[in-house]
Design a binder for this molecule. Structure first.
Ligand SMILES: [Zn+2]
Length: 273
């Protein structure tokens, strides 16, 4: 785990850049979050998306784990100048994780469950539609690991091959710890979803950290928060469990910018002031 973090810290220090008084925290790479700060920003667009800007002139954006294509970041400064940054995201290599001999019910979704899953997805989508409506950068007091100790049992981006069949990539980090281990909010934010017993995610929480940044905590045994409640970084929001589709007690921790999947390990390397 330490080696993993050091690796990303090295990546980060090679990636802080300044342009037109703008400071970027985080590299422009697949699966990364970037936090930008400048004192004279009027507006900013990343391709067709207008970015939310906080009073402190902080804004953020992220790139999905598999995102490709030509990108343009356009920033208007209050002296009337517009700075353009054109770039492409280099392809990132992810691990392949082969899982064999799992029970059939874990590798295929039975038809009888499809209705339930569709309904749960609708509930989740309604909650997620609230994300990104606020300009406030709640995340601006920094990030922390939501678990004390533990080991990372599955990294972000690994391609799962279940009984020889290619499945969705792993879109978070799994931290294996005993059932009941406290789960902390990774940053300040608002509770958007506090869901019970979903088929895949089990009991889970989604926090909105402002400007589209959100975090997910899956398979909990219990939750201590209510929807629309404000939480502070480090608050205990629940406890580790193995609810939903899970084979043992662990926290699945996901981070997203809107629906773009970002590597939680990368955001932990970010320095604030
Ligand atoms: Zn996971």
């Amino acid at each position: 785990m330490n080696k993993y973090l050091i690796f990303f810290a090295v990546l980060l220090f090679s990636s802080i850049s300044f342009s037109q008084g703008l400071k970027y925290n985080g590299a422009f790479e697949q699966g990364n979050l970037v936090i930008a700060k400048g004192n004279n920003i009027e507006w900013a667009w990343l391709n067709e998306v207008e970015l939310k800007i906080d009073n402190a002139k902080v804004f953020t954006f992220g790139f999905d784990a598999k995102e490709t294509g030509n990108k343009i970041l356009k920033v208007k400064h209050d002296d009337g100048k517009v700075s353009l940054k054109k770039f492409k995201l280099p392809a990132r290599k992810y691990r392949v994780q082969r899982i064999n001999n799992t029970k059939q019910q874990f590798s295929e979704t039975p038809d009888s469950l499809k209705q339930r899953i569709t309904k749960e997805r609708e509930i989740s989508n309604i909650a997620k539609s609230e994300i990104g409506k606020t300009d406030t950068a709640f995340y601006n007091s920094g990030f922390m690991l939501p678990i004390k100790g533990g080991r990372i049992s599955s990294v972000f981006g690994s391609q799962r091959v279940l009984n020889g069949v290619y499945k969705n990539m792993h879109n978070g980090i799994d931290i294996a710890v005993p059932r009941g281990t406290p789960v902390f909010a990774m940053a300040d934010g608002i509770v958007r979803l506090n869901a019970d017993d979903f088929y895949y995610a089990g009991n889970h929480i989604i926090l909105d950290h402002g400007q589209g940044l959100n975090s997910l905590y899956l398979h909990l045994s219990e939750s201590f928060v209510k929807e629309n409640q404000h939480v502070k970084k480090g608050d205990i929001i629940g406890r580790v469990g193995t609810t939903g589709r899970s084979t043992g007690p662990h926290l699945h921790w996901g981070v997203q910018w809107y629906s773009k999947r970002v590597d939680p390990a990368q955001i932990l390397t970010m320095k604030f002031r």
